[in-house]
Ligand binder design. Structure first.
Ligand code: FPP
Length: 257
């Protein structure tokens, strides 16, 4: 259903979400932490459906960080099982909704059965041209940059590039997000106000939105509220406010022609 306060011509192309607060949600309901993650999967479904409905291009979800291995073994294996179950059970829905799965992070360290489920889903959705659902799995922004640097150092060693040729575009092309635009909007649920090693390179000019709502309670209306808040921001990318208005006007005119 169209939302009256939303400007459909000014939606962020790429929205990324730090899905925080599952544990606190569970505790406040007297439930085990894993139940919080399990309910979090329902929010993943709701927000993905809303992103499809609105025609957002890319939805990136921070599902497991490179630091999350430090959690109790039972929670880590529970999260891995949830992930595998999600990929298996959602594949049909992804195809029905023209969703293409993408992953970022060092997936080689995930359990073999989870890697198999990811590979299967990547292959089966590879022809879809709607929403890109980008899952960050065993993802850390610093780890991603180190892996990119190692790769570039190796190429330089093999004389396939020179240090002088390295620039921002080359680095970006060697990150896990290669080929994807930077996020326009990063939402963090659960009340904390930090990036927690998420998309450190890519977030340079992202708009940030923080909400107290825990992820399992985050729904379509909350997502739309974040988008409406985003639409009130002026994105300047280092320019002055006046220059940004002129640029937006000239782009508006170009689109109108
Ligand atoms: C942070 O909440 C959340 C996580 C570390 C995991 C997020 C995982 C899911 C929502 C489910 C699996 C994902 C997919 C895509 C199927 P927290 O546990 O740190 O919460 P707390 O700060 O309240 O303890």
């Amino acid at each position: 259903m169209p939302h009256s306060s939303l400007d459909y011509g000014n939606l962020p192309g790429h929205v990324a979400v730090i899905m925080d607060g599952n544990g606190r949600w569970a505790r406040s309901h007297g439930l085990p932490r894993l139940q919080g993650h399990s309910n979090g999967v329902q929010s993943v479904d709701k927000i993905t459906r809303t992103a499809v409905e609105l025609g957002i291009d890319i939805l990136t979800l921070y599902a497991f960080s490179s630091e999350n291995w430090k959690r109790p073994q039972e929670e880590v294996s529970g999260l891995m099982q949830l992930l595998k179950k999600y990929l298996e059970s959602e594949l049909a829905t992804m195809n029905e909704n023209n969703i293409r799965l993408h992953v970022i992070g060092d997936v080689n360290r995930l359990p073999a059965d989870v890697q198999d489920a990811i590979s299967h889903c990547l292959l089966e959705t590879s022809g879809n041209e709607g929403l890109i659902l980008n899952l960050a799995l065993n993802y850390g922004g610093r780890d991603e940059i180190v892996r990119a640097l190692r790769n570039l150092a190796k190429l330089c060693n093999l004389n396939r590039c020179t240090p002088q040729e390295l620039n921002e575009d080359v680095v970006a092309r060697n990150l896990d997000t290669s080929g994807l635009p930077d996020p326009d909007l990063i939402i963090r649920t659960g009340g904390e106000r930090r990036l927690s090693n998420f998309l450190l390179w890519q977030a340079s000019y992202s708009e940030l939105y923080f909400t107290e709502t825990n992820w399992p309670d985050f729904n379509r209306e909350d997502f739309i509220s974040a988008l409406i808040d985003y639409q009130k921001r002026q994105r300047r990318f280092g320019r002055t406010g006046e220059q940004s208005v002129e640029l937006a006007d000239s782009e508006g005119n170009r689109k109108a022609k």
